[in-house]
Write a protein that binds this ligand. Structure first.
Ligand SMILES: [Zn+2]
Length: 421
């Protein structure tokens, strides 16, 4: 089996792994300004694409594969299909503003036509049956999957975790590694290598206390969230503590889409109730949302565009108000800039933020202990080769695996190719 890593190595963003030049697992873009795309994007010609989940850094470039001579067949869960369509349309819109074009409306339509929906646990043949694959709930966002792929003629298999979460959340049923098949090769995400998450209940309480404090002081609590997953998680948490937020941005469309797929969330009723009580803001009502002490849950989660920048501009020097980041802020984003340098950039303008900025780790990724347990589990079951991907410390993670297990552990570089026999 030949693996070629086209992106997502030693970085978070533009995940793309090409298997035997035929099967592409994920095809993302790194949503920086300008976005970065996987290597060899104009020359690869996969016959099949398996998509782990709809986050842009995994799915963002899939529509671009439709403007080639031969269009690949694309496999994913039903929620991932709907989300990917939504995100792709947003990418076209953002591209118009920022001056990039990777695909058009027609490619999105073609993608829909070439999409095959896959249920968790259903084994499917690929490419004339020399391969078979299966998706498993990855617990990361609705529809997210880990991918098992087996090549019949070489009797070799791989397991790709995608983005995976084993711990508790309000929105998602977590991943159950005990249900995963054994595999010869493991490709594991490394986002939280060397960092464990704080206890979820404790984290929720600290977050709620801080918001209550802000409201009591007469300020606005600005809560930047990814549209997919995080917005719904945060709205559910707030609702369970009796707090009613305003919601602005794409998180609402994503919620409406989740409503069509209740089996992909843990508690559809709790999710619906939380959104039924929330208030929705459009461009015209933004001023009103700020006119009183309020909680505003808004996109983008890493502050790279979206309505959150409007709110930041309004409250940036208000000592009563707060920005409560809800996740990891990757290098090169406004969110990271805000944490490291105390300002954000919007439309060429530098906005210095003197309002309080706090960060809460509502991560949808496995923490260090869980990642290590996962490697341990696979290696005990016969995995011989481990690739650490999707992280900023993949080298250290691979070194840890080599030291602790009798496996070959590799932190691949973008563009590197490996043949495993
Ligand atoms: Zn993700």
């Amino acid at each position: 089996m030949k693996l070629k890593f086209l992106g997502g190595c030693n970085e978070i963003g533009r995940s793309a792994i090409l298997v035997d030049d035929k099967i592409l697992i994920d095809y993302g873009l790194r949503p920086s300004d300008p976005p970065e795309i996987p290597l060899l994007s104009s020359s690869i010609a996969p016959r099949t694409v398996i998509l782990s989940h709809a986050h842009l850094d995994h799915s963002g470039m899939v529509p671009s594969l439709m403007n080639r001579g031969r269009r690949p067949e694309v496999f994913m869960t039903p929620v991932t299909r709907d989300l990917t369509q939504l995100m792709a349309r947003d990418t076209i819109k953002v591209g118009k503003e920022q001056g990039f074009v990777f695909f058009g409306e027609e490619d999105i339509r073609q993608l829909d036509e070439h999409t095959h929906l896959v249920a968790y646990g259903a084994r499917r043949p690929l490419n004339g049956a020399d391969y078979e694959f299966e998706l498993h709930n990855a617990g990361h966002i609705p529809g997210s999957s880990a991918v098992y792929l087996r090549k019949e003629s070489e009797d070799i298999s791989l397991f790709y975790t995608g983005d995976i979460k084993m711990g508790p959340s309000r929105l998602m049923e977590c991943a159950y590694p005990n249900a995963f098949p054994r595999a010869d090769i493991l490709l594991i995400e490394s986002t939280y290598y060397d960092r464990d998450h704080r206890d979820r209940k404790e984290l929720e309480r600290a977050f709620i206390d801080s918001i209550t404090e802000t409201l009591n002081a007469g300020g606005n609590a600005i809560v930047p969230c990814f549209a997919i997953g995080r917005t719904q998680e945060i709205v559910m948490i707030l609702h369970s503590y009796g707090l009613t937020p305003y919601i602005d941005g794409m998180g609402l469309s994503v919620f409406k889409l989740f409503k069509n797929h209740p089996s992909f969330v843990k508690d559809a009723e709790a999710l619906n109730n939380a959104f039924a009580d929330a208030q929705f803001v459009n461009t015209r009502r933004r001023k009103r949302a700020l006119a009183e002490p309020s909680i505003i849950v808004t996109t983008a989660g890493m502050l790279n565009g979206g309505p959150v920048l409007y709110y930041l501009k309004q409250i940036h020097d208000d000592p009563r108000s707060k920005v409560l980041l809800t996740g990891y802020q990757i290098e090169g984003t406004n969110g990271r800039r805000l944490l490291d340098e105390g300002h954000v950039e919007t439309e060429g303008e530098l906005v210095r933020v003197t309002a309080r900025v706090e960060q809460y780790d509502f991560s949808a990724h496995a923490g260090d202990t869980e990642l290590k347990k996962l490697i341990s589990r696979f290696c005990r079951n016969g995995t011989e080769v481990v690739f650490t991907v999707h992280g900023e410390h993949t080298n250290e993670f691979a070194a840890w695996a080599r030291e602790n297990y009798n496996c070959e552990a590799i932190s691949p570089q973008n563009g590197e190719e490996f043949i495993i026999e």
